[in-house]
Design a protein around this ligand. Structure first.
Ligand code: BT5
Length: 268
């Protein structure tokens, strides 16, 4: 992998993940497939990813040094977080297990990592990242769950081509750090992950919701949660951010009203 990112820019495609999977053998490790329009953008569990043409970043990183989609999510979500923080340093973003970036109660970015195997037997992961950049209010409102964009948050219009290059740099940087020291990257991801130490609602694939206290995230990516004094692991589904979880201190009680819904600093 080169530290200089190779970006394959497509005007329109069904999904950058599908394209990268189809061309996995021909695409060198570390290639970033980007599209300005996705006609069939995908989320997890068969869901759709909404992204009107030209407004957002929709990319897939070809990762041939990672076989576990969870670790690909760790790497790429940190890269996406870095891009957001660089371009809106006054705002507070956080990672939310397993694959999201949020601002307050609203999602601004999602990651979809898929294991793949080429014809020659080479294994790897296609790491798809979608980030809402210039999405307008009306477009946000059309999404069926709370969402936001950089433009809605800051009122500014962003140069998506410039941001694409910055995103490529951040993704490759984290990929290189990961290939040298996976523990460092995993520790950073855990530190920036909102859920650890908080009371949240978890929703499994069938839609059943349970309120839990999240104790940790295991090395295999499972959530280690506690309910009625019993610890259990949760591997597939969503964490719901509620007003209450935003207002609770890690492993503590309600926070001072003056702090509003801003996150406390991560000090652990
Ligand atoms: C995700 O799934 O968040 C993964 C999103 C990955 C998108 C990228 S774009 C490049 C690459 N190519 C692809 O085809 N996909 C990847 P999940 O956690 O399942 O969340 C999906 C849910 O988020 C949907 O069911 C909606 O409720 C909501 N949603 C859809 N579009 C959104 C958007 N633009 N912003 C915020 N939320 C959205």
């Amino acid at each position: 992998m080169h530290s200089e990112p190779h970006i394959l820019e497509l005007e329109s495609v069904d999904s950058t993940n599908i394209y990268a999977k189809k061309h996995f053998d021909a695409l060198p490790d570390g290639t970033l497939v980007a599209a300005w329009e996705q006609t069939a953008g995908r989320g997890r569990l068969g869901r759709k990813w909404v992204s009107p043409p030209g407004r957002n970043l929709s990319v897939s990183l070809v990762m041939k040094n990672v076989e576990n989609p969870f670790y690909a999510t760790v790497v790429t979500s940190l890269g996406a977080l870095e891009l957001l923080e660089k371009n809106a340093p006054e705002l507070e973003f956080f990672l939310k297990w397993p694959n999201d970036i949020y601002h307050g109660e609203r999602k601004i970015s999602g990651v979809l990592c898929e294991f793949t195997q080429g014809k020659g037997g080479v294994k790897g992961v296609i790491a798809g990242v979608g980030i809402n950049i210039n999405l307008e209010h009306g477009e946000i409102d059309a999404i069926d769950r709370p969402a936001t964009s950089l433009k809605v948050l800051t009122g500014l219009h962003y140069d998506v081509k410039k941001l694409l290059r910055e995103l490529a740099d951040s993704l490759i940087r984290y990929y290189i750090i990961y290939s040298r020291s996976p523990e460092t990257v995993f520790a950073e991801w855990k530190r920036r992950n909102f859920v650890i130490g908080r009371r949240v609602e978890i929703e499994d694939a069938s839609g059943s919701v349970t309120r839990v206290l999240v104790r940790d995230i295991a090395d295999n990516g499972e959530l280690v949660a506690e309910r009625n004094g019993t610890t259990f692991r949760f591997s597939c589904g969503d964490v719901r951010i509620t007003r209450e979880s935003l207002d609770f201190q890690r492993l503590g009680g309600p926070r001072a009203a003056a702090s509003g819904n801003r996150m406390e600093n991560d000090e652990n």
